[in-house]
Design a protein around this ligand. Sequence first.
Ligand code: SF4
Length: 210
Amino acid sequence: MKISEIFYSIQGEGPCAGIPTVFVRTFGCNLRCLWCDTKYAVVGEISDTAYKVMTEEEIIEEIQKHPQTNHVCITGGEPLIQDLSRLVEMLVKSKYFVYIETNGTIQPTIRFAGDNIRSVNYVISPKQFDKPAISVIGIMAYKFVYDGTNAKTIHDYIARNGLEKPLCGLMPLTQDDEHKDRIVEQMCIDECLRAGLRFMSRLHKIYDRK
Ligand code: SF4
């Protein structure tokens, strides 16, 4: 598998915010969002060779260097452009709580036997609002990036796809401009209050941690 990095930190955003987590950042993405904050993990944006090819066993060996937690977040880039089945199955069998952060444009094809399927979870951050939402078991949350102007687009997407409102949250766009970021953050809080949606902060930006 092409891996950009594996590291241990506090999850900064989404439904597991605050939980010590091992992050497996896969390399490559099928999209090119202008404001992407992980361009180093996106093919062609910075380098075509900014990854390490690792076997599932090697990835798990890295994860096991952090026995403080059983939470593993597979993120990217876009993890679902690679076949994650074997890695996820091995992790679940080893009693890890695994979730996949995805941009919601690729229908997952992770397949393995029995009840283990219940242990795979998804945090979806939709990026293509003109396409239908993917259908998958185990959705923990929809994390919408709010930029101060796209509330209607997000609300229309939620309604059109019949998404469960308690699973949906808005996360303010950050652009490393403290003044602008504060304004968008306040607008995001106001929009969450107005629409009754969860506000999703970005702890790692606030506390300047990876
Ligand atoms: S989908 Fe995510 S990783 Fe891919 S370009 Fe957009 S923000 Fe970056």
